[in-house]
Design a protein around this ligand. Structure first.
Ligand SMILES: [Zn+2]
Length: 96
């Protein structure tokens, strides 16, 4: 079962689990996946900018957001695809 690991470029996702500081700062904010890649370089760590917590990054699948941030795929929830993109209601503009 691929579960939520079928996240691909262009998908709308949000951080829903993972390291606490990062969840607190970016959790629940939807973003579009720019890239999915596996970091194969040994000795690379994901480092929290707030508490300096580090976890080994090699071999982990990451997605890259539009700001160039790397987030582990396993921390993300994928939003269901939007079926009908034209359904946003138009807001009426009042003429002054
Ligand atoms: Zn932290």
């Amino acid at each position: 079962m691929p579960e939520s690991h079928d996240i691909q470029r262009g998908d709308l996702v949000a951080v829903v689990r993972g390291h606490e500081c990062i969840v607190n700062s970016v959790g629940g904010i939807p973003f579009t996946v720019r890239q999915v890649e596996t970091l194969a370089v040994p000795g690379v760590f994901l480092v929290c900018q707030q508490c300096r917590y580090a976890e080994r990054a090699a071999g982990v699948r990451y997605v890259c957001d539009e700001h160039g941030n790397y987030l582990p795929l396993s921390w993300l929830m994928k939003f269901p695809p939007v079926e009908e993109p034209g359904t946003v209601e138009d807001e009426k503009t009042l003429a002054v």
